[in-house]
Design a protein around this ligand. Structure first.
Ligand code: NAI
Length: 344
């Protein structure tokens, strides 16, 4: 049986990984620590590593793992912006879970939109305090409004279906439009100008970092609602805060935050939060922050465990790695995987 070091382990991770690990021939050593250059040595007696979104898989970590003959990092996530793929190439294989439940994330985006619009978070607190006033709780009909969706991959398309279910008009931007999808694609400035709500469903790359900056915000409709369930750094947080203060943005639902790595997934309720921008966001009546919980459904967690263990078993058995990714995968025809079954 092969052993893996499982970083940033939480009690809820163990539910499905413990249930399935034996079936896939993998023994798991759970560590609460995040993976980073200081903790990478903890995997020294292991054959593989399992990492999550805020673990750091940079050059120093790769070299440490490679030096200890750890051949694979299995990301238990779809996103992979935390990996230095150039450093990993030829040394450590990187596998991920490309899809586990697009519904989980799209439904969470819709939950943020509905709660923000109808002020459910405020109503909940009010009625618990015996306050049954409606002052300040007025929302608007989603029916007939325009949703602008940035990124029409798996999650974006489920979100589009949900919006259509509400009777919304949908427009979208994606550099790789989905063929025969019936989606109306427009360029970004047009999307900003037309949309009543904008939801981000694209990955974080060097091109999409701060895609929502002060310039983009200035093109948007006054009072626009912004939903981000993708990656925090898609939004320039300070620019968003300024836009909220001048009422350019009427509401923001943020499941991810630029600087989340320091805070999200942990309990800091007894601590003074040092991040002033985040502290301001959580204090505003028209902002809802959730701590990267879009993926967090039973179905998604079960699929994440099964696919991660499948990826690890395939690596250990020398099989093809369907879910491997490398920096050459992005460039058409550059990666060897199609004929050699592994990226290297
Ligand atoms: P996907 O790979 O199916 O779709 C991403 C889409 O974004 C693709 O169609 C791609 O062409 C498009 N895209 C790439 N560059 C773009 C750009 N510059 N502008 C607009 N679109 C662009 O990915 P999926 O599964 O839909 O996930 C989307 C993102 O959601 C992930 O990258 C991840 O960051 C995030 N995510 C968040 C979770 C959460 O718990 N909040 C859980 C899972 C994913």
């Amino acid at each position: 049986m092969k052993t893996i070091a499982f970083f940033d382990a939480k009690p809820y991770d163990r539910i499905w990984f413990d249930e399935y690990s034996e079936e896939y021939g993998v023994s798991i050593r759970y560590f609460e620590n995040r993976l980073n250059p200081d903790t990478a040595f903890m995997a020294r007696d292991c054959d593989g590593v399992c990492a999550f979104v805020n673990d750091i898989v940079d050059e120093a970590v790769i070299n440490s793992l490679y030096g200890n003959k750890v051949g694979v990092v299995a990301l238990r996530s779809a996103g992979y912006n935390n990996v230095d793929f150039k450093a990993a190439y030829g040394k450590v294989h990187i596998v991920r879970v490309p899809a586990y439940s697009p519904y989980a994330v799209a439904e969470h985006a819709a939950a943020l939109l509905l709660a923000l619009n109808r002020k459910i978070h405020r109503a909940y607190n009010r009625t618990r305090d015996g306050n049954f006033s409606l002052n300040g709780l007025m929302g608007f009909d989603l029916h007939g409004k325009t949703a602008g969706v940035i990124g029409t991959g798996k999650i974006g398309r489920v979100f589009i279906d949900i919006c259509r279910g509400f009777g919304m008009k949908v427009i979208a931007y994606d550099p790789r439009p989905a063929k025969d999808s019936g989606i109306e694609y427009v360029e970004l400035p047009e999307l900003y100008r037309q949309s009543d709500i904008i939801s981000l469903h694209c990955p974080l790359t060097k091109d999409t970092r701060h895609i929502i900056n002060s310039e983009a915000l200035s093109l948007m409709r006054d009072g626009v609602f912004l939903i981000n369930t993708s990656r925090g750094a898609l939004i320039d947080s300070k620019a968003l805060l300024d836009a909220i203060k001048v009422k350019k943005v009427g509401g923001a639902g943020l499941d991810v935050y630029e600087e989340e790595a320091e805070l999200f997934f942990e309990d800091y309720s007894n601590t003074v939060i040092q991040d002033d921008v985040l502290a301001r966001f959580v204090s505003l009546p028209n902002v809802i922050v959730t701590s990267h919980q879009g993926f967090f459904t039973e179905e998604a967690m079960q699929n994440i465990a099964r696919t991660t263990l499948y990826n690890l078993r395939a690596f250990f058995q020398g099989d093809a790695l369907d879910n491997e990714i490398c920096y050459r995968c992005q460039k058409f025809g550059a990666c060897d995987k199609s004929h050699k079954t592994r990226c290297f």
